[in-house]
Ligand binder design. Structure first.
Ligand code: FAD
Length: 539
């Protein structure tokens, strides 16, 4: 299948891969292993994706380091030593760079190169990919490793460009850092990035004003240095540990699984004991205290009341505690892990401003105006998140059969088969695309599963002398219905989360990720085993 000349530079490849985060890096490695040529195009100047861009203070993984890493190489997972329970951004970036060096990936990655468009040539059965450098590349396959949380969301605040001080988005943090000492800093947004950065900015800045639209649910991370004995014990049989995690619904947390008991089946003392144990343990497994927290509003309310009581215990000023206490379901939006988050609001230099009831009116040169009051600021931090799951894809002019634009095909919300293929877009694959478990899992596990499946698929086509693969409409329709049906069994679709696109004005409201990794992985394997059932393969 390889139709490129190996000894000379070429713009013709078996595959063009967009993005050099964990997905694009591993995709390149896998295709190379099976003797295919590939070029990776990356907008950033280095590898690592999320961990390249999100250098804000406190940026950290919410999944244990021993799990949030590749498993494709036993040597790699044995050699790499993590230092903390939850790795911080610099350590994860070092890891990504180590992987790039170790597997000699950089020579096939074009950095500082943004893909602007891609069109499928039906005649040739190939994709033509355009970049902002004016290049055109040709690939039989186009593999979108563009990331679920890579397209930053900046709300349209009137006057933002008039602000006299510096403005930083957490998802585009400068590589040389930001000095907050002596500054009056404003942080807009209290999602995960805000929750991680606020305590650190508060400790450095003269004054910090936090603008909160919706209070986040925050449970303690309880990060700590990684116990060398724990690391050694896991490494003694890393594959077994990985296998156990792949059987978890979220693809992580096998060492601290969910309790398979309803919160409503135990007495109030036992409810508190279990929730307290999870609170003290730290981490996202808080939601695993009982098996019905994401299924039954009454069960969810027990956990929500527990956390609200904690907030009131920690925060000195009852009015501030009230404002920090969400009135929504817990866990419905992405649960946040915090380190001294609620404690930070006891600092004399921190002010919480409610912009849920009275929205930000405008940004003025000297600060942020809410109602009649201008909050005077020198530096503004936008912790306003991402156009999740579809934003990076929609930013590219992707044209399939008959010039069909992906943006148009998805105008009422994304539709995929398995989160991997899209009707009308032959030989296009989306890694951790909408309709796959992606953001509801340990994403490195989901990424590796997708990459392995795509690599297997492209090898199959080559071995069978086939040119194209495309999802069929009935398979895609049935898949979309299945993803919705699974979500509908839970409480997830009932709140305004970015899983639904609710954080981006005008974005169609569709629950995008599929809940449940193990069943999904089995379904993907079964589709492949049945000769790519639900896809049309053609010569
Ligand atoms: P990314 O890492 O996002 O990489 C995509 C790359 O594609 C980027 O480098 C981008 O520049 C590039 N790109 C996009 N569009 C173009 C274009 N048009 N042209 C060229 N290049 C392009 N996941 C977890 O499982 N656990 C966590 O605890 C966790 N914490 C997170 C914390 C933060 C702050 C963020 C933002 C995300 C977090 N995630 C977490 C999700 C994280 O995105 C994934 O775990 C993983 O890093 C995604 O890898 P990726 O390669 O798919 O995408």
């Amino acid at each position: 299948m390889s139709d490129s000349v190996t000894s000379a530079p070429t713009d013709r490849f078996d595959a063009v891969i967009v993005g050099a985060g964990f997905a694009g890096m591993y995709m390149l490695h896998r295709l190379r292993q099976q003797g295919m040529t590939a070029r990776v195009l990356e907008a950033g100047s280095g590898v690592g994706g999320t961990w390249y861009w999100n250098r804000y203070p406190g940026a950290r993984c919410d999944v244990d380091s021993m799990e949030y890493s590749y498993q494709f190489s036993e040597e790699l997972q044995q050699d790499w030593e993590w230092t903390e329970r939850f790795a911080a951004q610099p350590e994860i970036l070092r890891y990504a760079e180590h992987v790039a060096d170790r597997f000699d990936l950089r020579r096939d990655i074009a950095f500082a190169t943004r893909v602007t468009g891609a069109a499928f040539d039906e005649h040739a059965g190939r994709w033509t990919v355009r970049t902002d450098r004016g290049e055109e590349l040709s690939g039989q396959f186009l593999i979108m490793a563009t990331g679920c949380l890579s397209s930053t969301n900046t709300p349209d605040f009137p006057g933002l460009d008039t602000f006299a001080g510096d403005v930083f988005h957490t998802g585009r943090w400068p590589t040389d850092g930001v000095a907050f000492a002596g500054r009056r800093v404003g942080v807009i947004g209290t999602g995960s990035s805000g929750v991680q950065s606020i305590p650190i900015i508060a400790a450095q800045a003269d004054a910090l004003t936090v603008f909160q639209r919706t209070a986040a649910w925050v449970v303690p991370a309880r990060n700590e240095p990684l116990d060398p004995d724990v690391q050694a014990a896991i490494k003694a049989d890393y594959p077994a540990f990985r296998e156990a995690n792949s059987q978890m619904i979220v693809a992580f947390g096998s060492r601290y699984p969910s309790n398979d008991v309803s919160v409503l089946a135990v007495d109030p003392d036992e409810q508190q004991r279990q929730l307290e144990a999870r609170w003290n343990h730290g981490g996202l497994q808080f939601m695993g205290a009982f098996n019905d927290l994401m299924f039954d509003p009454a069960a969810n309310a027990v956990a929500a009341d527990f956390v609200r009581a904690k907030i009131h215990e920690i925060v000195d000023d009852p009015a501030v505690a009230d404002l920090l206490s969400p009135d929504t379901l817990i866990g419905c939006k992405r649960l946040c892990l915090g380190t001294d988050y609620y404690e930070t609001y006891n600092r004399p230099n921190v002010t919480l401003v409610d912009v849920g009831t009275e929205p930000i009116a405008e940004i003025v040169p000297g600060g942020v105006r809410v109602g009649d009051e201008v909050h005077e600021l020198d530096t503004l931090v936008l912790a306003t998140g991402f156009d999740a799951m579809t934003g990076a894809l929609a930013a590219i002019d992707i044209r399939g059969r008959d010039g069909l634009a992906l943006r148009d095909a998805w105008s009422a919300g994304p539709r995929t088969y398995l989160g991997l293929g899209v009707v009308g877009f032959p030989n296009l694959f989306t890694i951790s695309g909408p309709g796959s478990p992606s953001v509801l899992t340990n994403m490195v596990v989901s990424i590796e599963q997708h990459v392995d499946w795509i690599a297997g698929c492209t090898a199959h086509l080559r071995d069978q002398g086939l040119a194209t693969i495309e999802a069929t409409l009935p398979a895609q329709d049935a898949w979309v219905e299945f993803v919705n049906a699974v979500a509908g069994m839970t409480l997830y679709p009932s709140c305004n989360s970015w899983y639904l696109g609710a954080n981006v004005p005008g974005k169609p409201r569709v629950f995008m990720p599929l809940i449940g990794f193990p069943t999904y992985a089995e379904q993907c394997a079964a589709v492949a085993a049945k000769g790519y059932e639900g896809f049309t393969l053609s010569a």
